[in-house]
Design a protein around this ligand. Structure first.
Ligand code: SIN
Length: 475
């Protein structure tokens, strides 16, 4: 198991020799000791990326495309090993972890196809005096900061387009899940990514690490996935050097069920939207807005489905929800549920911490949640489904939009015209219409309002990692 820093193609200890423990959240056992990168290591990694970047940018797009395609293939060939690492350090069920590897690898395949299609344009100036040539060179050195909920996919969703466009990267994986990141670094080298193009530096001192990376003169861009609070801090810091940013931040997704919805399909979709990857996704359904004609039936079907979820170690057969990442996460969910029930919500199923060891919370459905309750205003990031009822579409849309977040929304109705009209009125970057999952490397992932800036995936995703240059040409 790789546990050192990857800088300039070499595996090394951190500048102080310090290491930190990584824990399995299902057992609370230490599974590895990983080199702790320092600000000096972040600087060294940015320097290595800067040295490698020009050579990488100068390779033919087809050559980069082929290396990216080999990266996809190498990751897929190591699905089982990577999935086991993900389950070990994150805790999610192995089936979800395998799904994550496929999803993560797909960003390389998609971007291998995009690498040869970074198009500019040529136009005649309206005056007729010259031509306007527009092209898209790479940004330069990109600093990538990722969360623990998708130890593989949140790296590759940024890294694959960054590399396709000709950039070099310095990655700060989360302290909770650095092992998958380091193994991906090793596999990418096997697939032909040149030394220095990808650098990986886990750390215990994120703030100082980030300051050092931002201040490195070669750094030109920050790509971050994580909470809105941290995103705001990073944005302010990035502003000091006017760095380009892509921010994938928090969510507070409404899951809307109309009275004409196919309730069985809605419950199936709800289980995906709420529970995929142990309910720790920023796209997760966070509040269920259900028409009052079907609220009782929907709540009872959802409670039955949540009651059937088996929690436990992601390695155990039949487990469909792993642990929360740490004790703090369980405490935060407990407080949100306690507050909601104090204010009148009823517990349809679950409603408490499961016995340890491990950081487990029982899959929970809350009925009769007061509209606007605190639990509908916080990103729960755990297996809790609060149900609020509505009877008026305009009022429901106002409620759905009454948040600073705007990442994802879900709408269930059998009336496609209504579904599309409502989807267009919801302030969210992504809408699942009669679908509980929206994530797809071929689609633009990202949020409106405080859920983020920029898009990842699709064709849009690659242009985020490009500059735009215009040449006024006369001939
Ligand atoms: C996230 O939770 O940040 C990503 C979720 C996804 O890609 O599906």
């Amino acid at each position: 198991m790789q546990s050192s820093l990857l800088i300039g193609g070499e595996w090394r200890d951190g500048s102080t020799g310090e290491r930190f423990d990584v824990e399995n959240p299902a057992t609370e056992e230490v599974i590895a000791s990983v080199a702790a990168g320092t600000p000096a290591d972040a600087v060294a990694a940015c320097g290595a990326a800067a040295e490698a970047q020009a050579g990488w940018a100068a390779t033919a797009p087809r050559e980069r495309a082929e290396i990216l395609r080999r990266s996809w293939q190498t990751l897929v060939e190591h699905t089982d090993e990577l999935a086991r690492l993900i389950t070990l350090e994150h805790g999610k069920p192995l089936a979800d972890a395998r799904g994550e590897v496929a999803y993560a690898a797909e960003f390389f395949r998609w971007n291998s196809e995009e690498a040869v299609r970074i198009h500019g344009s040529l136009a005649t100036a309206p005056s007729g005096a010259n031509r306007i040539i527009v092209h898209h060179p790479p940004v330069g050195v990109v600093v990538i900061v990722t969360p623990w909920n998708f130890p593989a996919a949140m790296i590759t969703r940024k890294l694959a387009p960054a590399l396709a466009a000709g950039n070099a990267a310095v990655i700060k994986p989360p302290r909770e899940t650095p092992l998958t990141a380091l193994r991906i670094g090793e596999l990418l080298h096997q697939a032909g990514v040149p030394a220095g193009v990808v650098n990986i530096v886990p750390t215990l001192t994120s703030g100082d690490w980030f300051d050092a990376a931002v201040d490195h003169p070669a750094t030109r861009m920050i790509s971050f996935t994580g909470s809105t609070d941290v995103g705001i801090t990073l944005l302010k810091r990035a502003a000091d050097r006017v760095l380009k940013t892509v921010m994938e931040l928090g969510g507070n997704a409404p899951f809307i069920v109309f009275d004409d919805a196919d309730l069985e399909a809605a419950v199936q979709g709800a289980m995906v939207a709420k529970m995929r990857h142990s309910a720790e996704t920023c796209t997760a359904a966070n509040r269920f807005l259900v028409h009052d004609k079907v609220a009782a039936e929907f709540t009872s079907l959802l409670a039955a489905a949540m009651g059937n979820v088996r929690i436990g170690s992601g390695f155990d057969d039949g487990v469909t929800c792993g642990p929360m990442i740490n004790a703090k996460a369980v405490a935060s969910i407990t407080e949100l549920v306690g507050g909601a029930t104090d204010r009148g919500a009823t517990v349809a199923v679950g409603g408490g911490v499961a016995d340890g060891p491990g950081h487990f919370y029982l899959p929970t459905v809350l009925g009769n949640v007061v509209p606007g309750d605190e639990i509908t205003r916080h990103e729960i990031f755990g297996p809790v489904a609060p149900v609020v009822t509505f009877d008026d579409t305009d009022a429901m849309i106002e409620m759905a939009n009454d948040t600073e977040m705007g990442l994802t929304a879900y709408v269930y109705t059998q009336d496609l015209r209504r579904g599309l009209a409502v989807s267009e009125r919801i302030q969210a970057g992504m809408v699942g219409l009669n679908r509980g999952a929206v994530s797809d490397p071929a689609a633009p992932f990202g949020g409106m309002k405080q859920s983020g800036l920029g898009r990842e995936g699709a064709s849009e995703g690659i242009y985020e990692f490009c500059e735009t240059q215009y040449i006024a040409a006369d001939w």
